[in-house]
Design a protein around this ligand. Sequence first.
Ligand SMILES: O=P(O)(O)OC[C@H]1O[C@H](O)[C@H](O)[C@@H](O)[C@@H]1O
Length: 477
Amino acid sequence: MASPIKFGTDGWRGLIAEDFTCDRLAEVAPVAAQVLSQLDTTGTRKIIVGYDRRFMAEEFARVTAESVCNFGFDVDLADTYAPTPAFSWIAHDQKALGALVITASHNPGGYSGLKVKGGFGGSVSPEVTQKIEALLATPASFPATEPGRLQSINPWQTGYCEALTAHVDLEIIRAAIAAGRLTVFVDVMHGATAGGMETLLGVPIHELNSHRDPLFGGGAPEPLPKYLSYLCRQIRTHQHHHPQGLAVGLVFDGDGDRIAAVDSQGNFLSSQILIPILIEHLVTRRGMGGEIIKTVSGSDLIPRIAELYQLPLFETPIGYKYIADRMLTSPVLLGGEESGGIGYGHHIPERDALLSALYLLEAIAQSGEDLGQLYQNLQAQTHFSSAYDRIDLPLANMTVRSQLLQKLQTQPLTTLAGQAVTDCLTIDGFKFRLLDGSWLMIRFSGTEPVLRLYCEAATLEQVHQLLNWAKDWATCG
Ligand SMILES: O=P(O)(O)OC[C@H]1O[C@H](O)[C@H](O)[C@@H](O)[C@@H]1O
C-alpha cells in the first residue's frame, strides 16, 4: 500500500510506482502551486518546473507542469535536467512563485520526489509543507480557471551559470589548470551536474560517472567514501605520475546540492572539513564576513573557525530549510550541513554544490595549496583536530522506529561506551556530549527509513568505538 504523502527534511519522496506515481503527483503539484501563490504578494502566476536524471524524471516533470498549468499557472518547464539549485536560482531570478523540482536528491534509484522551492530561491519552510499536507488531506476545490501557458526553457541558459562564475576569479583557476598546477576530477555520480563544471570553467576536466544510470551503479548518488573508491584511485594514480601539480576531486550528489571532495593524496573530505576551508577562503582571500550557520550535526571545528575570524555562529536542526530561513533575515556568509549542503548569503538561500566547487578551486589556485594542506593549516591555527564518521542503520519498519524513540525518551542515556554523558541536546534527534569532548548523535532521517548515528571524537578509532556502541544499543533491543 502506498505511504501517505508526507514532506520530510526536503520535499516529498517515495518509491517510484508504489508511493510516487503520476496520479499522486498530479494531485500534489497543483496544491503546492496554490500554497505558493497564497504566499505571494506580486500577483505573478509563474512556476518553474525542473528535474534531475532519475528514472522517468522527464515524464514526472511533464505531469507536474501540465497539472499545474490546468489550474491557471504559467509554467516554465525545463527541457533538460539541471541541478536543483539552478531551479531555485531561476525561480528567484524570474520572480516566480517558486519551483517544483522532480528529484529524490541522494536517495537510491528506486526513489523519486518533489522538492518545493519558494520564489526567494530556497526550500520552503515546514509551515508551508504542512499546509500542503493539510490541503491534501481535506481536498478543497480550487476555483476553475483558464489553463495557464506552458513554455520550455533550457535551465543552463538562463543566466544561472554566469551568476555562479561571477562570484569567482575564473581566470586564475583556468591558468592553474592550463599550466598543469591543478588537475580537476569531478564525480557527478550519474546525476544532474553532468557537464556542469566543464560548462562553468570552459576548459576540459576529468568527469567520472557522467552517463545517465537511474540505478546509480547499484548504490545511491550520495557523496560518501563508500561510493568513491574509483575517484580516489584515479587521483592517487594521477598524483603519482604528476607529482609537481595538485589534483582535486569534486563530488556532487544526484541533484547537485551537496558536495564532498578528495584531496591530492586521495583522502576523502566531507563537508565537515570543506565548510571550515570555505570559511577561511571567503574571509582571508575574498575579504568577506557575516554569520556562519551550522546544523546540530556539524563539526566542532566550525565554531572554532568562526571564533578565529570573529564571525557570529547560529545553530539549527537538520534541513537546509532552517538555514534558508535564517539567511532571509540575517547577513549570512555561509550556511552548511554535515550532509554536504553548503550555501552562501550572497547567492541564494540554498545549497549550491557547483558554487562551492568553484570556490574550492579558487582557494587551491590562489593559495597554491592542496585541500588537505589547507585543512591541516586550520587544525594548527585552531589547535583542534578531530575525526568524524556517520553510520546509517536501515529501519525494518515504523514499529522499530517508535520503539527506539521511546527508549531514547524514557531511558535517558547517562553513560555511553563507559563514558559519562555531560550534556544532551535535543534540537534535532539526541546529541550526547561526553566528558572527553567527543559527541555522538542519534537521529531518525527525515528523508529515508534509516537511523543516523553521527560521531566526532579525537581519533577515528574512538569514533568507531562510539559508533559501534551506538549500533549495538540500537540493534540489541
Ligand atoms: O538526515 P535526513 O533527514 O535524511 O536529511 C538529510 C538531508 O536531506 C535533504 O537533502 C535535505 O535537504 C538536507 O537539508 C538534509 O541534510
